[in-house]
Design a protein around this ligand. Structure first.
Ligand code: CAA
Length: 282
């Protein structure tokens, strides 16, 4: 199947980034969210991102306009009738995702592949909410989507080779590199990343070092582009906690228990960049 029309559910940070990258690669994109306000906010962010490229001389104003013209905004899920491939990037909430997949299954043409950008919900569980589990797959982009080269592609038990191959071709068309992961809690990226972030938070909690020392160790000592506490703020502390809970419950190993300090921050509403306060202030 040659994917031409690409649906994106959710116009937030991840969905907007995915829509931008897809439209830049030449795909015709339908960007959906539940309210006009959310869709508009997503489009403003995409436009601002592309404008940075124009200002830096990396693309022309005409190219920017052409990319934006390939994105059709939508607040009605029925618009997905036209999609060959849909990626869902809604809130990281099981019930919301189950509902969206059941609706997409009703609305989308039989040929369409339904992907989820979930960072931790099992793909097999999402697939079982549809009558096309063989056409359901995980397509996990990294934040910030326009910059990060990786897409983790997660195969659930029923996912067919055909679905997998089409997804890999699409990832490559979008200029990204795929990494295949099996459908176990946290897949690969977060199974490796989150224990590091959690350990950094434990170091802060136990007074082994202060925030700046912890982040400097990983930035200057290991050449990470940002320290683990700054990265946790970028990901969102609520998302970090949700992923750690998934690893802890799903794998049953105490090494994944979330640090009590992380819980406290989330309970205080200090969620990182998105709320203006996390381990840093913004
Ligand atoms: N959207 C689009 N572009 C962005 C951006 C954003 N939010 N943030 C930065 N950029 C672009 C900048 O425009 C700049 O582009 P050019 O090279 O074309 O000029 C480039 O990225 C570098 O940006 P900066 O110079 O401003 O800053 P930097 O060099 O410090 O890079 C960073 C910023 C890319 C975020 C870098 O610090 C980094 O790579 N950090 C680690 C990010 C990471 O680990 N992400 C994965 C998170 S885990 C995840 O997403 C999975 C999950 O499920 C939780």
């Amino acid at each position: 199947m040659n994917v031409k029309t690409f649906g994106v559910i959710g116009a937030g940070q991840m969905g907007g980034g995915i829509a931008q990258v897809a439209a830049t690669s030449g795909l015709s994109v339908i960007l959906h969210d539940i309210s006009q306000e959310f869709v508009d906010r997503g489009l403003v962010a995409i436009s601002a991102n592309l404008q940075r490229g124009v200002d830096k001389g990396k693309m022309s104003l005409e190219e920017k306009k052409a990319i934006l013209s390939r994105i059709t905004p939508s607040t009605n899920l029925l618009s997905m009738q036209a999609a060959d491939f849909v990626v869902e990037a809604a809130s990281e909430n099981e019930e919301i995702k189950f509902k969206i997949f059941a609706q997409l299954d009703e609305i989308c043409p039989g040929r369409a592949i339904l992907a989820s950008n979930t960072s931790s919900i099992p793909i097999g569980r999402i697939a079982s909410r549809t009558r096309r589990p063989e056409k359901v797959i995980g397509m996990h982009f990294m934040n910030p989507v326009p910059v990060m080269k990786l897409v983790e592609v997660i195969r659930a038990l029923p996912t067919t080779d055909e679905t997998y191959d089409i997804t890999i071709q699409l990832v490559e068309k979008m200029g990204k590199t795929p990494a295949e992961a099996r459908d176990y809690p946290g897949f690969l990226a977060n199974r490796i990343l989150l224990p590091m972030i959690n350990e950094a938070i434990f170091c802060l909690y136990q007074g082994v070092g202060n925030r700046d020392a912890i982040d400097s160790v990983m930035k200057l000592g290991m050449n990470h582009p940002m320290g683990p506490l700054a990265l946790a703020d970028l990901i969102g502390l609520d998302t970090c906690l949700a992923i750690l809970n998934t690893l802890h419950q799903g794998l049953g190993d105490p090494k994944y228990r979330p640090c009590p300090l992380l819980r406290q921050y989330v309970e205080a509403g200090w969620l990182g960049r998105k709320t203006g306060r996390g381990f840093y202030s913004y």
